[in-house]
Design a protein around this ligand. Structure first.
Ligand SMILES: [Zn+2]
Length: 204
């Protein structure tokens, strides 16, 4: 199947007997975005910017990594590229953001990977701006975490997504760029620190 053939609404299962809502083998829960925004804001206030960002990056990474494994085992995509591109599709179905891929390049032998795209209607940027003036840094931490986790699971080697543009810092849309850590400059440091345990597991 093509990435765009995926339709989450037909594969969601609601079981009122057990109270378990699922997508294939994953149990899902739904939260109002205002509650998620409040959780993020409280964490920011209670534990500070760096620690809150780290937790949200890890939360997103785990989510993206798990979604990838689920998609890979549950569906037969026509090509490797369709499997990769199903990430932005499911991210959009989940209501987190509208994700539109733009450029993609990969050479597995040489360890080269480059994937960019546009994010609109990020719930995380929306929630950030509900509480704050525009930031000087990108704010969609769980989104870049998700993209990093998804791409890393696909590639089998560490990859880091960072937002060159973000609505949370006053841009009119967000953008993601995913590439290997060593291609990034100093800006990659907090991301590497957050993903350390995930990346270490890949080496084993
Ligand atoms: Zn953003």
């Amino acid at each position: 199947m093509k990435a765009t053939d995926f339709n989450l609404s037909t594969d969601l299962k609601f079981d009122l007997e057990s109270g378990i809502t699922s997508f294939k083998d994953s149990r899902l829960v739904m939260f109002d975005t205002n509650a998620m925004g409040l959780l993020r804001e409280k964490l920011l206030n209670e534990i500070g910017y760096d620690k809150a960002r780290k937790i949200f990056l890890q939360f997103g990474f785990q989510n993206g990594y798990a979604d990838f494994l689920q998609m890979k085992t549950a569906y037969n995509f026509d090509s490797e590229q369709d499997l990769l591109a199903s990430g932005p599709v499911i991210h959009t179905y989940e209501g987190i953001v509208r994700a539109t891929p733009r450029e993609f390049f990969m050479n597995r032998e040489k360890g080269e990977f480059y994937f960019t795209g546009v994010w609109t209607n990020s719930y995380e940027a929306e929630q950030y701006l509900f509480y704050h003036e525009p930031s000087r840094e990108p704010v969609c931490w769980s989104l870049v975490g998700y993209a990093s986790g998804w791409a890393t699971a696909f590639f089998g080697k560490p990859l880091v997504a960072i937002e060159p543009l973000c609505v949370g810092k006053g841009d009119d849309h967000c953008e993601w760029k995913i590439q290997p850590p060593h291609i990034w400059g100093d800006e990659v440091k907090p991301y590497l620190e957050a993903y350390e345990e995930f990346f270490n597991k890949l080496k084993k």
